[in-house]
Design a protein around this ligand. Structure first.
Ligand code: ADP
Length: 382
């Protein structure tokens, strides 16, 4: 068992520079065996949250419970959590075997032989048996990362805490380790909280992602739900690469059709039954790069001028200008217009996203339910 529950968890730093609320009333339940990824821009409070879970940082307010037992006052070693750091934090004078065994040294329940067996078992699982006699200085970044993981796994924690564990690795190794970590997590079935600023890492690995901004939780959801049904513009633009295009438009209701207009250009149209908006309302329109269809003959909802086509191999990024709006689109490799060309652009009604201009809250996300008019409410945040 390893259910983790955060209730109103808050961290306020109070130092010479002033008072800073790094983490603001975070409520989150991580189910036993679940892989949850905390993601958000630098400074949003991810590491502070993780460090509070580990016991490396005090909690200003709120509670942290593992299997219903509050742990926020307990020392790190009493919490049944194990943390892996970006810097690996291995003991340089110790071999891999000693590093991995260190956390077990004070175990009263395991004999020396048992501890040795355990380290060897985990080394085999991580494919580092041949490194057991090596010191960190003799290892590559990837090997050090595995030893750091092994040191955490060997302790059999209820909860695994990983702080940007792959960011010191090169791109190829990072992608390999991503897959491997997922496999390992499934095999060990241990509750895991993983921190990264890399939304791709979050989207590919998590059972649920926890998107944070400015110390606050924005959305907790499976990656595909957060991507298709972001609760607000922040989540919508944070997830996805290239990022969603967003800009302000004016609503024009014309009978059955509602259009979104800026400087005389109609950027998108919806059946009026799909949204509860009135003529003259101002809303932020969101278009994901992959949702725009380009027609080199110029047919489409609106016409745009190509500024740059970027060849990507499996697809192209085509950058467009429409008046004062700059759009990035992602299209199949066969679509490769030249700079200066005019193209027709269409976004189907299902793929139109709308946000409140002031609050950023979603008004419409992906999909279209004609039978259920009025505002589409994104699914609950949990
Ligand atoms: P993230 O991991 O998302 O990049 P952090 O949790 O490290 O963000 O930081 C959240 C906020 O708390 C930032 O504004 C940061 O400057 C502040 N902060 C972090 N650690 C301290 C500290 N020891 N003292 C004061 N402020 C801190």
């Amino acid at each position: 068992m390893g259910e983790l529950e955060l209730d109103g968890v808050t961290k306020i730093y109070d130092d010479a520079q002033g008072t800073e609320t790094a983490v603001d009333s975070v409520d989150l339940t991580v189910r036993d065996g679940e892989f949850v990824v905390l993601v958000g821009p630098s400074g949003c409070g991810k590491s502070t949250t993780l460090r509070m879970l580990a016991g490396l940082e005090t909690v200003t307010d709120g509670t942290i419970a593992i299997d219903s037992d509050e742990v926020q006052e307990l020392a790190p070693s009493k919490r049944s959590v194990a943390m892996v750091f970006q810097s690996y934090a291995l003991y340089t004078k110790m071999t891999a075997r000693e590093n991995m065994g260190y956390g077990l040294k004070h175990s009263s329940t395991l004999s020396k032989a048992d501890r040795r067996r355990k380290v060897e078992e985990i080394a085999e699982l991580l494919d580092i048996t041949e490194l057991l006699g090596d010191r960190p200085e003799e290892m590559s970044g990837g090997q050090k990362q595995r030893v750091a993981l092994g040191r955490a796994i060997v302790r059999d924690p209820e909860v695994f805490l990983l702080d940007e564990p792959l960011s010191n690795l090169d791109a190829k190794l990072r992608s390999k380790m991503r897959t491997e970590l997922q496999r390992l997590q499934e095999e060990l079935d241990v509750t895991t909280v993983y921190v990264t600023h890399d939304q791709t890492e979050a989207m590919t690995m998590a059972d649920r992602i926890v998107v944070m901004d400015d110390g606050e939780l924005q959305q907790v959801a499976p990656p595909e739900t957060a991507y298709d049904h972001p609760v607000n513009e922040f989540v919508a633009t944070f997830l996805g690469s290239p990022a969603m295009n967003t800009f302000e438009t004016t609503v024009r209701v014309n009978g059955e059709t509602t259009s979104f207009v800026r400087n005389g250009t109609v950027f998108a149209e919806l059946p009026s039954s799909a949204v509860s908006l009135s003529n003259g309302d101002r809303v932020t329109l969101g278009i994901r790069p992959e949702d725009a269809t380009l027609d080199t003959d110029g047919d489409g909802t609106f016409t745009a001028s190509v500024t740059v086509s970027e060849y990507q191999g499996n697809d192209n990024f085509v950058h467009l200008d429409v008046g004062d709006v700059e759009l990035t689109t992602r299209v199949p490799p066969v679509v490769y217009p030249d700079a200066g060309d005019d193209v027709g652009v269409t976004v189907s009604p299902e793929d139109v996203y709308l946000f409140d201009i002031d609050s950023g809250r979603s008004i419409k996300t992906r999909g279209l339910t004609d039978s259920e008019p009025s505002i589409r409410t994104p699914p609950s945040t949990d």
